[in-house]
Design a protein around this ligand. Structure first.
Ligand code: ZN
Length: 256
């Protein structure tokens, strides 16, 4: 793999000429994650997973996008949200730019729930331009969470500043976790949760959805490994669907 941020243009030219035409783009957010986790939590997680995928597929790793669409957390100081339209536009520009120097497939590793619609909207636009892009929204997250964590979900599949995210940040950037500030929060969610836009500060005053207290770096490493396996299997399925021989350097995923 090569990292765009630390490579020269000749490094990139050589990598692409040797058949390395797969790019991985981590897309994060600057969003509250309770009093104990940094605002860059989603960016750290997306970058951590993207880095592992880039190594596995000998791909080009793009620098993470540190902002995303996070309207639902805008009631917490420090959260800085892009509009959905801007998020879509940033994604379009970045993928078109790498396509311009020979990238044939871009894998977007999305770290933030609010980015889903804008990124899939960008992917749809790119499809009309015959640009190949897939968006990964943490495939296998529920299975991985069920396997590793001890505390219940705040809602099925909903984890925010909980045991899962806290464990991941402990593994990726341990110096940023404030263990002395950890507290559980299981907000009562309205019956129509998920059907309409909701500000998280009206649901959880601390911004936590779950229980971060049993989190450990070991659990974070285990979660990263499981998420990497699920994501790698998804990427491989896509490459196989394209016809296989496009990325001969890709190693087989070991998801069982
Ligand atoms: Zn998050």
């Amino acid at each position: 793999m090569i990292e765009l941020a630390t490579s020269s243009w000749t490094d990139v030219q050589e990598h692409v000429a040797a058949g390395g035409t797969l790019a991985i783009l981590p897309f994060g957010a600057l969003e509250q994650h309770g009093p104990h986790l940094p605002l860059s939590t989603d960016t750290l997680q997306a970058d951590g997973l993207a880095r592992r995928l880039a190594a596995r597929f000998d791909a080009i790793l793009m620098p993470p996008v540190p902002y995303g669409q996070t309207w639902d957390n805008a009631g917490f100081p420090g959260t800085v949200s892009l509009s959905a339209a801007t998020t879509t536009a940033v994604c379009l520009d970045l993928v078109r730019a790498v396509t311009g120097f020979g990238i044939t497939t871009t894998v977007i590793v999305n770290g933030d729930y609010g980015n889903r619609l804008p990124l899939h909207s960008a992917a749809q636009q790119l499809a009309t331009e015959s640009v190949d892009v897939i968006v990964l929204d943490y495939p296998g997250l529920i299975e991985a969470g069920d396997e590793v964590k001890e505390t219940p979900w705040a809602a099925p599949g909903l984890c925010h500043a909980d045991e899962i995210e806290t464990s991941l940040v402990m593994a990726l950037a341990p110096g940023t976790v404030r263990s002395d500030r950890m507290a559980a929060s299981y907000p009562e969610l309205p019956a129509d949760f998920g059907m309409r836009p909701l500000r998280f500060d009206t649901l959880s005053p601390s911004g936590v959805f779950g229980d971060p207290r049993p989190a450990t770096a070991d659990k974070g490493q285990r979660l990263l490994m499981l998420l990497e396996q699920h994501s790698a299997a998804a990427v491989q399925r896509h490459l196989d669907a394209l016809g296989g021989a496009v990325h001969p350097s890709a190693s087989a995923p070991d998801l069982s």
